[in-house]
Design a protein around this ligand. Structure first.
Ligand code: ATP
Ligand code: ZN
Length: 284
């Protein structure tokens, strides 16, 4: 029994999808231009497809699960469930207009022509905001539409915004925030569900490890209580005596988010020899 996962054949999701599987300890043959392959050491079959087709393949049961952007999940509106957020391919679907256009509010889009590859998400946004605009669906190179006279505005995926800038556009509305997600259906057999549970256990351990750092520090015994209070989370830090009289070493885990603040506070509270390292897997 194997679980079938559909991932993007090539494009922005491919590298991170394969990397995530690798970090989960799943080895797949690479460098071979195939449409499908089997993992060497995990009951997983990988299907390489266009990302736009993945929701349908999962709905139809050709693949059991798939990795796609949430933007595609919502745009395609298939009967699939989001099983897990994957913390990569973060981007936003935004409306942009030529840089020199005046734009004060959404009502500036009234009676305008907007080019996009995401007509469903755009239509939903326009309706929600009572904007009457024409949607012109195109499948690629959306950002050049205004400069060639095809549309007045665009609605496209943005991450840094550099593509918009290069095409003389400015971002005016964010309509949807997206990241890669694992999708599936309710129809999984119990054998497959067991494999999926194993896979999810690994994915969550990998995701968690990326959000935390492992920290080691030395401190005089009389400062340890203050220092412990500065480290949130985790049940309790490990404290070991040092060979040096009156000193101990403390090991703990710190969230990446407020990492620098915590380090500054620890140092100010008397911590010395602070070492920080990445965590490869984290199981709580
Ligand atoms: P395909 O040929 O498979 O249809 P595509 O051209 O539709 O590929 P890509 O550009 O490879 O798609 O993007 C795939 C997904 O990656 C998008 O649906 C989105 O979720 C995410 N993505 C797109 N642009 C960005 C970006 N600039 N930064 C981060 N993630 C992005
Ligand atoms: Zn696509």
């Amino acid at each position: 029994m194997t679980l079938k996962i559909a991932i993007q054949k090539s494009g922005r999701l491919y590298d991170d999808s394969v990397k995530m599987l690798k970090e989960c300890g799943i080895d797949i043959p690479t460098g071979i231009n195939k449409l499908r392959c089997d993992a060497y050491n995990f009951p997983l079959e990988i299907l390489f497809l266009r990302d736009d087709d993945i929701p349908q393949y999962v709905e139809d049961g050709i693949a059991d699960i798939g990795i796609v952007g949430e933007n595609v999940v919502f745009e395609k509106n298939r009967n699939v469930d989001v099983i897990e957020q994957l913390d990569f391919a973060k981007c936003r679907l935004s409306i942009a207009v030529p840089r020199n256009d005046t734009y004060e509010s959404i009502s500036c889009l009234h009676n305008k022509k907007i080019a996009t590859s995401y007509p469903t998400l755009l239509r939903e946004f326009l309706d929600r905001n009572n904007v009457d605009a024409e949607i012109h669906e195109i499948s690629g190179s959306v950002e050049i539409a205004p400069s060639i006279g095809l549309a007045d505005a665009i609605c496209d995926l943005v991450s840094s915004g550099s593509t918009l800038l290069m095409n003389g556009l400015k971002e005016t509305e964010i309509i949807f925030r997206s990241e890669a997600v694992l999708i599936g259906t309710q129809n999984t057999t119990s054998d497959k569900q067991a494999i999926l549970t194993k896979l999810l256990f690994r994915i969550r351990a990998v995701k968690k490890s990326k959000r935390y750092k492992y920290i080691l520090l030395n401190a005089p015994n009389d400062k340890i209580d203050t220092i412990c209070n500065l480290i949130p989370g985790m049940k309790s830090p490990t404290i070991l005596p040092l060979a040096k009289e009156g000193w101990c070493s403390l090991h703990s885990v710190v969230a990446e988010d407020d990492f620098w603040n915590i380090i500054e506070n620890l140092s100010a509270a008397g911590a010395e020899g602070i070492l920080v390292s990445a965590i490869e897997k984290m199981i709580l």
